[in-house]
Design a protein around this ligand. Structure first.
Ligand SMILES: [Zn+2]
Length: 307
């Protein structure tokens, strides 16, 4: 009888094992989260590919103005997404309405179907922003205004926690679009990312007061291209990033990033990546381990505006 049970047990174990293998085959192939900080020259653009295959873009660098025809969306972001095999974007988020963040977005909206567009909703008078909102409407994207305390569900494993702008007010004074930047935390198991737009002092103070430990992250997209008005000591004390990514143009006219910011990051022992020196940078993670790689081939082709 004992022998019989043992054989039966082995048979059940074999069935269970094959069922397990079959179940494994049906699971998504990768279960990997990928975050790419795209070198768009002076500006930001970040692509997120979730473990279940959703594609999300935050910002798309500079776009055309009355005085320059340069379009990072058309010249860098769209080709980059196409080369990556992306056919559709589930979310496009704008951190704030300045041209070096949203200027390239119209080219992206024209090139790909976009399901949902996310805006911090701060009113700002600029034709670039107004034209973008018109295009969002024309394309029939869902429009979402995100405020602190909210969540944006991306897939079964991942969501954005919204940390700024505050739910009940917008910041006044200083650079208002910057202070009211969309700030997002994304965590996949043990590995986390903070996307800070161009948020400055007021936003950081408010986030420190309201979110404290939620600011803790593995990878910090350094706010406002490493300007001295962001990345305060207090903010760093909560964020404690291991890696800091500065998205910034070579020899930009603003003098970003500032030495004081670089020193603060270095004093924290952060490994610093800079798009002006390192080009685009990609992080891949299974939620436990992670890998960083530089993608030299996507280096910015932005003309130097100071010359
Ligand atoms: Zn900016």
């Amino acid at each position: 009888m004992y022998q019989y049970k043992k054989i039966l047990g082995a048979v059940f174990a074999a069935i269970a094992l094959s069922a397990n293998l079959a179940a494994k085959k049906q699971e998504p192939k990768k279960n990997i989260l990928t975050v790419t900080y795209i070198d768009v020259g002076q500006g930001d653009s970040i692509l997120i590919e979730t473990p279940e295959g959703k594609n999300i873009l935050i910002d798309a660098g500079d776009g055309p103005t009355d005085w320059s025809s340069w379009d990072a969306g058309d010249r860098i972001v769209v080709p980059f997404l196409k080369k990556r095999g992306i056919k559709k974007l589930d979310y496009v988020l704008m951190s704030h309405a300045h041209n070096d963040h949203i200027g390239g977005l119209p080219a992206v909206l024209k090139a790909f179907p976009v399901d949902t567009f996310v805006d911090p909703g701060f009113q700002y008078n600029s034709y670039i922003y107004e034209n973008l909102l018109t295009l969002v409407e024309e394309k029939g994207c869902k429009y979402v205004e995100a405020r602190a305390g909210g969540q944006i569900k991306l897939d079964k494993y991942c969501y954005f926690e919204v940390l700024n702008p505050p739910a009940d007010r917008y910041f006044r004074g200083g650079s208002e679009p910057n202070e009211n930047s969309l700030v997002l935390k994304l965590a996949y198991k043990d590995v986390s990312f903070l996307f800070t737009g161009d948020s400055e002092k007021q936003a950081e103070r408010s986030m420190v007061q309201n979110f404290k430990k939620d600011l803790l992250c593995t990878f910090l997209k350094v706010a406002h291209h490493g300007s001295a008005s962001s990345t305060s000591q207090e903010f760093m004390d909560w964020a404690q990033p291991l890696y800091a990514i500065i998205s910034v143009g070579e020899r930009n006219r603003f003098g970003h990033p500032k030495k004081t910011t670089l020193k603060r990051l270095a004093d924290y022992g952060c490994k610093i990546f800079r798009t002006d020196k390192d080009g685009s940078m990609r992080v891949t993670t299974d939620g436990k381990r992670y890998k960083t790689e530089l993608l030299k081939e996507t280096e910015s082709k932005e003309p130097n505006k100071n010359e």
